[in-house]
Design a protein around this ligand. Structure first.
Ligand code: FPP
Length: 168
């Protein structure tokens, strides 16, 4: 499985990592894309694209290293305040990512989960998510959680609703 992602050469680069001390769960906030782009005089979307490319590599590395759970905080409820162009571009990247990577994720036994409410994201992105969830449903390798349209306030509301449902 490991060779399927990288080939033998790149695995040697992991030599400086303590393989006896690999965390079970790694969570990453996908922040700093805009600043990365600004520093280089590039549009913000170029930063998001670079962030997505980094995420692609991280998933592969995490799997090779035997990390069981990888969570990426990709789009919060606050992020809707950004320009329509930026929001559309971010979801466009998600569609592009699923189109180009889903087969390989599945081949490598990765299971995709979504945290947050993806019902209200643009239709093409929601369809890509549905496809990723259905395709990887039975996989039991790396558990890849994507937090989308997530937020503290929303989580509290959902928890209270569930409690109300339980005590009814
Ligand atoms: C925060 O950087 C990043 C985002 C709001 C979007 C990140 C999401 C993607 C690149 C798409 C991910 C795709 C998948 C499949 C999960 P920022 O703009 O807040 O950076 P800044 O703080 O430097 O301005």
């Amino acid at each position: 499985m490991q060779v399927a992602w990288f080939g033998k050469k790149k695995q040697k680069a992991d030599n400086d990592i303590d393989l006896n001390n690999i965390p079970r769960h790694v969570a990453i906030i996908m922040d700093g894309n805009g600043r990365w782009a600004a520093k280089r005089g590039l549009p913000r979307l170029a930063g998001h694209n670079a962030g997505m490319l980094a995420m692609k590599e991280i998933i592969k590395r995490a799997d090779v290293l035997g990390i069981k759970y990888l969570t990426v905080y990709a789009f919060s409820t606050e992020n809707w305040k950004r320009s329509a162009e930026e929001v559309g571009g971010i979801f466009g990247l998600l569609v592009k990512y699923v189109a180009s990577e889903l087969a390989e994720l599945d081949e490598n036994n990765v299971k995709v989960h979504i945290l947050g409410d993806y019902g209200s994201i643009p239709r093409a992105a929601a369809a890509s998510i549905e496809r990723a969830l259905a395709t990887t449903r039975d996989n039991d390798g790396l558990q890849f959680n994507i937090a989308l349209n997530y937020g503290g306030r929303q989580e509290i509301v959902r928890a209270v609703r569930q409690i109300c449902y339980l005590v009814e």
